[in-house]
Design a protein around this ligand. Structure first.
Ligand SMILES: [Fe+2]
Length: 253
């Protein structure tokens, strides 16, 4: 009976109830990370933002940005990261996608203290079903880094050696299987063409992208689709036909 509780015991029970309510409130507010992981993730996002600003300000080279971001990506605790981006909702959206290629989903970070509100980099998540691809393409004036969140993919990269009127001369650099935690990156100067095909029933890739990394580069920012199954040249090079998005989807999506 409450009335028979001593003052001290009553106070302890009341405090216990208050703590329970506080936890429920926190979860209701959508703030589902354990407090212990918050500082790490905040720090991680702030580091990514700082690296993006450094490469855009020419303080580091694009290849250094690639190495440093891949290192940061490879250190991330995937379980913490999946909570950060509400992965359950993203999986549902990926399952609902019926098109060719990869679904492009937005990945928002929570607006909490310590996370810069205006990040220098864009971010998205690609959701793929088995056999579908992030179709082969390169970029102009852009650097991106991938982090595999779930599933297995065959990932291929090519250096973009020469731009011709209707072709790119490319050279294979990476061709391997990627699983959760795997990373890869592209820039204007290294591994510019990428292509990821899902080997498992589903696959999810987080990526960040930075535009304007090569000031003065006149070509429009955006994807440049190619067909890597082109004429084989000496030294393993390939003359890859420039194609439109629709053809890329038909051939590889
Ligand atoms: Fe890309």
């Amino acid at each position: 009976m409450e009335s028979k509780l001593g003052r001290r015991e009553f106070t302890q029970r009341a405090l216990g109830s208050l703590l329970t309510f506080a936890l429920i409130d926190t979860v209701r507010a959508g703030d589902v990370f354990a407090s212990a992981i918050r500082p790490l993730m905040r720090h991680w996002i702030a580091d990514l933002d700082a690296l993006g600003r450094e490469v855009k300000d020419r303080k580091i080279k694009q290849v250094e940005w690639q190495a440093k971001v891949e290192e940061l990506f490879s250190k991330v605790d995937l379980a913490d990261f999946l909570k950060l981006i509400d992965f359950e909702t993203i999986v549902k959206k990926g399952e609902a996608y019926k098109g060719l290629g990869a679904a492009s989903l937005s990945a928002n970070f929570p607006q909490v203290e310590g996370i810069p509100t205006k990040l220098i980099f864009g971010r998205q998540i690609f959701a793929l079903k088995k056999g579908r691809s992030v179709v082969p393409h390169g970029h102009n004036n852009m650097a991106t880094c991938f982090l595999i969140l779930k599933g297995q993919l065959q990932g291929r990269h090519y250096d973009r050696l020469e731009d011709q009127k209707e072709h790119l001369i490319i050279s294979p650099t990476i061709d391997k299987e990627f699983g959760p935690g795997g990373t890869s990156s592209i820039s204007d100067v290294k591994d510019n063409i990428h292509w990821f095909k899902a080997l498992s029933d589903s696959a999810f890739i987080f990526n960040i992208h930075l535009i304007g990394v090569s000031p003065g580069l006149k070509a429009p920012t955006g994807r440049v689709y190619v067909d890597p199954a082109g004429e084989k040249l000496e030294g393993g090079k390939i003359r890859a036909r420039l194609i439109e998005h629709d053809e890329a989807d038909k051939l590889y999506g």
